[in-house]
Design a protein. Structure first.
Length: 222
């Protein structure tokens, strides 16, 4: 089966497309929305880096721009998918009913099967699986009590997972960042032919939230 993958460069969309590939399906396209900070449906931090992921994974990228208006975003995604020779769409939806319902609505309207392999899965287990599979993931945005500037650029590994578990218990954060507590960027993984290497970055902090701004990244041999 040929699929398009709704792709942001974050852990969930990357891992979801990997699981689709593990089923023997072909991910023919990465589909990324260049969105405003007010986007209803799409991931924003470091979205400009998806062309580097496309090169690293060897999968063509289809980008489209959205302005933050809900109906406009859905129409833009639908128009993009209708132009692709695929039978289905894979998404990284984990717990958002809003996203899941809208992606499935688009799929029904244009005759695409929608696969969301992380949907309603135990979120700690998903993080454990991402780590054990060998994905290299860093935190690029934080916006929750307990997540300070030191978390920016931090790899998601076993030590990080333990700290996230502690904050889940103490502060009530969502361990997978589904409440917007943190955002991620994938640099490498088992389905990458090459890897992303960050050459220049800066930590930006504003009151109670921060962003790991990547100024320069290159694609290198693994």
């Amino acid at each position: 089966m040929n699929l398009a993958a709704l792709f942001s460069g974050g852990k969930d969309s990357t891992y979801a497309l990997y699981l689709a590939q593990q089923k023997g399906w072909t991910v023919k396209y990465l589909v990324s929305a260049v969105a405003s900070e007010d986007s209803f449906l799409f991931h924003v931090p470091n979205i400009q880096l998806t062309p580097f992921h496309s090169e690293a994974m060897g999968i063509p990228l289809k980008k489209f721009e959205v302005s933050g208006e809900e109906e406009e975003e859905m129409a833009a995604l639908q128009d993009t998918l209708e132009d692709l020779d695929v039978e289905g769409l894979v998404t990284g939806a984990v717990a958002s009913d809003y996203q899941w319902s809208r992606f499935n609505k688009i799929g029904e309207e244009i005759g695409l099967k929608v696969f969301s392999p992380l949907w309603r899965k135990d979120q700690k287990r998903v993080l454990e699986d991402i780590i054990s599979a060998g994905f290299e993931v860093v935190i690029v945005g934080v916006s929750a009590e307990g997540l300070d500037k030191s978390w920016l650029g931090r790899p998601i590994d076993e030590d990080c997972l333990k700290d996230l578990e502690r904050l889940e218990q103490e502060k009530g954060i969502n361990i997978s960042g589904e409440g917007g507590e943190y955002e991620t960027l994938v640099l490498d993984g088992p389905n990458f032919r090459k890897r992303l290497d960050i050459e220049d970055s800066v930590k930006e902090w504003n009151e109670d939230r921060g962003f790991f701004k990547i100024r320069r990244v290159v694609v290198i041999e693994r």
